[in-house]
Write a protein that binds this ligand. Structure first.
Ligand SMILES: Cc1cc2nc3c(=O)[nH]c(=O)nc-3n(C[C@H](O)[C@H](O)[C@H](O)COP(=O)(O)OP(=O)(O)OC[C@H]3O[C@@H](n4cnc5c(N)ncnc54)[C@H](O)[C@@H]3O)c2cc1C
Length: 482
């Protein structure tokens, strides 16, 4: 259905002198930008794409859109997997592609990062200065969405989430004004709300972040055969309580069906940011025999450039929960994964699909680290138990397959949720926005007090609800009742 507009979307910008920065469906570059979304779900068709190069242009674009009553979407890296989060049918998509700088300040050792930058470019620039930031673990992912949703990083055990390392946000508000919100100035409420509150308050045009030294890390993938699923899940349960004393040792444990192998494998992604080879924390993981072991001394930049499990151009269905660190729940998720793979094989006999049943320790200490660094709006410091972030993923190629696979994924996710709920403290409150499906409510999971704070901030900085109604994409605070 077409959006209600006063003029043709591209014509409203005629006075802004944006020339080549506006793309129409007839332009080749428009198609290229559409192709560059990570998920096929994102490829709804905007009437035009506008690509600002400066914060002032973002401001002028917002003023024009608001004056015209034109619906719009905001895109940074374009990695959100579900339809309408970062692109808008028949509306205007503000593509922050050109706001992609990484500017390191030798004096303060802070870095200014544009929302349209990709993590690979950020690490490449900082490596020249012997520094890193706590950012994304896949080089192609965008800066804007990851930081505004929280950001799970290789440094989460010691530093909290990526957003906890932000010093200030430059933001274009709904009336076009430009503010810089930090922890102490008069926009400190906005600063706090942006640390997990996503696109509910304005368009962020610069993130100032702390950097630190991390010259070498040790890590990579160990691939195990599927016979070792239960050993690997037990090793994960044993690992999680040690996160507080082994803050530099990260694990992502995948049980995955790989279309290329036509089989299920276990993948241990081990990343030790203190550059300790075979750290004691990994003893149980490493004692399980691997079919292939790619762990080595490397750098953050190298590792994030190599790690790219799912390329662009697929329907990616996600569902996430935070569960108690309890192997009974892990086994349930894995058993259901086995059934899902069987059902998908029946649907797609050639076997060219991908699944992931992904576990990442989310110790109670992460919330404490966040709180020590000033806190965020996500309520994670209230987590009652050591937890594990769990993500169920199905990746398929065609719309017909998607019609069957999406409900299958929902059922898998809901069954794990119900099973976890049947165990005391088995289901933890936090739903991580950056992995959540559109059917989930990550903002509500932050807790009533934080929802109220976000509503207050939205009402103060955007009283006409431009970022709720005119920019409807993403998870919206106005969808929640108190
Ligand atoms: C392969 C892969 C690897 C990943 N790895 C990690 C990881 O290591 N850690 C982790 O925490 N997450 C990870 N994620 C999840 C990732 O954080 C989210 O997909 C995130 O939304 C990506 O950011 P983006 O800028 O690419 O997204 P986009 O889809 O462009 O944006 C996400 C949302 O934020 C809004 N938004 C974006 N920029 C702005 C802005 N400047 N101002 C206001 N609103 C804005 C958009 O409108 C949209 O609703 C990964 C995802 C993928 C696909």
């Amino acid at each position: 259905m077409a959006n209600k507009t006063t003029k043709n979307p591209a014509e409203i910008f005629s006075e802004l002198n944006l020339q080549n920065q506006i793309l129409l469906p007839s332009d080749g570059e428009y198609q290229e930008r559409q192709e560059s979304f990570w998920s096929l779900y994102s490829k709804v068709e905007p009437a035009c794409i506008v690509r600002p190069t400066t914060t002032n242009e973002v401001s002028a674009i917002v003023k024009t859109l608001v004056a015209s009553g034109q619906k719009f979407a905001v895109r940074s890296g374009g990695h959100t997997q579900w339809a309408g989060a970062n692109n808008i049918q028949d509306g205007v998509t503000i593509d922050l592609q050109f706001l992609n700088w990484t500017k390191f300040d030798e004096k303060t050792r802070n870095v200014d990062i544009g929302p349209g930058a990709r993590w690979k470019d950020v690490y490449t620039e900082l490596e020249k200065h012997g520094r890193v930031v706590a950012g994304g673990r896949n080089g192609k992912v965008g800066v804007g969405g990851l930081l505004l949703g929280g950001g799970k990083t290789f440094f989460t055990g010691s530093r909290g989430l990526a957003c906890d390392d932000i010093i200030s946000f430059e933001v274009v508000l709904a009336d076009g004004s430009i503010v810089t919100a930090d922890a102490t100035n008069s926009q400190k409420d906005l600063f706090m709300a942006l640390k997990g509150g996503s696109g509910n308050f304005g368009i962020v045009t610069n993130f100032k972040m702390q950097t630190f030294v991390c010259e070498k890390i040790w890590g990579g993938f160990r691939i195990l055969s599927k016979e070792h699923i239960s050993d690997a899940l037990q090793a994960l349960e044993d690992f999680t309580p040690h996160v507080p004393e082994e803050v530099d040792s990260n694990i992502l444990l995948f049980i995955a069906y790989m279309g290329k192998l036509k089989d299920v494998v276990v993948i241990e992604a081990l990343v030790q940011v203190g550059a300790v080879e075979n750290a004691p924390a990994y003893n149980k993981m490493i004692s399980i025999p691997a079919v292939m072991d790619m762990c080595k001394m490397t750098t953050v930049r190298e590792l994030v450039s190599e790690y790219d499990p799912v390329p662009n151009g697929y329907y990616n269905c996600f569902y996430t929960l935070t569960i108690k660190n309890d192997v009974r729940i892990f086994n349930k998720a894995a058993d259901l994964h086995h059934q899902v793979v069987g059902d998908l094989k029946a649907l797609i006999p050639k076997g060219n699909f991908l699944t992931e049943c992904l576990f990442q320790p989310f110790s109670k200490c992460i919330g404490k680290r966040s709180a020590e660094r000033g806190g965020n709006i996500m309520g994670i410091s209230a987590q009652p138990e050591d937890g594990v972030l769990w993500v169920a993923i199905i990746v398929i190629k065609t719309a017909e397959q998607e019609k069957v696979a999406y409900p299958m994924l929902q059922k898998w996710g809901e069954s794990v949720r119900d099973f976890a709920s049947s165990i005391e403290n088995g289901l933890l409150p936090w739903v991580y926005m950056n992995y959540a499906d559109k059917s989930q409510q990550p903002l509500a999971s932050y807790g009533a007090e934080n929802v109220k704070k976000m509503k207050d901030v939205a009402a103060k900085y955007d009283p006409e609800e431009i970022f709720q109604k005119l920019c409807p994409g993403g998870f919206k605070i106005s969808d929640l009742t108190l």
